[in-house]
Write a protein that binds this ligand. Structure first.
Ligand SMILES: C[S@@+](CC[C@H](N)C(=O)[O-])C[C@H]1O[C@@H](n2cnc3c(N)ncnc32)[C@H](O)[C@@H]1O
Length: 284
């Protein structure tokens, strides 16, 4: 079975090349994408500018050979809601259900990020939570990190998501995974969340500006809670960041910290890394 799947992958790429080498000008076949991301039955294809004129036909061939309904062009992720806004190259339906580690994630792959590079963190979260503990996910998205905790560890999750569009999928995913009894969602800015000292664990799965939300995370955390603090860090600061900023802010707000773990998630930009630190916090 394993051999068959690998052999299949080997055969697919020559087939794409075979079809397109008859249609593209000489030299362009070598520029076709060799790697892509598949989310459910939607393909996200990085396409070089030289292929612009032929993008629709290229997408059509990839869709047919790889058996997907829609092909998107990989682009930038940005803004407060970390939206993707990927161009649709083939097909029209960009909503799909992606299954990973037994968790169903429904999302609009053209608008909402679902990073393959974050898979290790999603798997890790499925293991760290304890049954019955209260987890507050301050940047829930579609439930990327907290659905695995509710599904696999029976954690009680409060998921906060500010974007109304992403929130719609978060709510659907709670139902799709049958965890309505232990997962609640709020469509608010997490700074408006009123809970104080309620969480055994706080998820801060955000980048670039996560430090601005540390005081709120401390307010939500119980004495002795664990905070999973993500942020982006320039390489030259990685020996001390992002923990130092967290520690300094926590101290200012009357908390001691204990660093439990630190992991690099992925390269975010040239010379900048996405890092997560697990920190236990204690009230002074
Ligand atoms: C980059 S996504 C990450 C999702 C998930 N935490 C992960 O790490 O895979 C961050 C999410 O946080 C949401 N968000 C941004 N600012 C927020 C805020 N102040 N309150 C609640 N949600 C927010 C965005 O809309 C987006 O869906």
């Amino acid at each position: 079975m394993k051999f068959k799947a690998m052999a299949g992958t080997q055969l697919i790429k020559p087939r794409i090349r075979e079809i397109l080498s008859k249609e593209l000008p000489p030299g362009l076949v070598e520029k076709l994408p060799k790697h892509w991301v598949q989310i459910g039955d939607v393909l996200i294809l990085p396409l070089r500018p030289e292929l612009e004129l032929y993008k629709s036909r290229i997408a059509e061939v990839y869709a047919e050979v790889l058996g997907v309904k829609t092909v998107l062009r990989k682009g930038r992720i940005g803004g407060e809601f970390r939206e993707t806004n990927y161009e649709v190259l083939y097909g029209s339906d960009t909503v799909t259900i992606h299954v990973e580690n037994g968790v169903k994630y429904k999302l609009d792959a053209a608008k909402i990020m679902f990073s393959p590079a974050n898979v290790k963190e999603r798997l890790r979260m499925a293991k760290v939570a304890k049954p019955g503990e209260v987890v507050v996910d301050m940047f829930a998205g579609i439930g990327h990190l907290s659905l695995p905790m509710a599904v696999h560890r029976k954690a009680k999750v409060i998921a906060i998501e500010k974007s109304p569009y992403t929130f719609k999928f978060l709510v659907e995913n709670i139902e799709l995974n049958g965890v309505q009894d232990r997962m609640t969602a709020y469509n608010i800015d997490n700074r408006e969340f009123l809970g104080e000292e309620i969480a055994d664990r706080v998820l801060m799965g955000y980048v670039v500006r996560t430090h601005e939300f540390i005081p709120k995370a401390l307010q939500i955390a119980k004495d002795g809670a664990i905070i999973h603090y993500h942020n982006t860090v320039p390489e030259r600061l990685m020996s001390r960041e992002p923990f130092n900023t967290f520690e300094r802010t926590a101290r200012k707000h009357g908390y001691e910290t204990e660093k439990l773990n630190e992991l690099v998630i992925k390269r975010y930009a040239p010379g900048v890394w996405h890092v997560v630190v697990d920190v236990r916090v204690f009230k002074k």
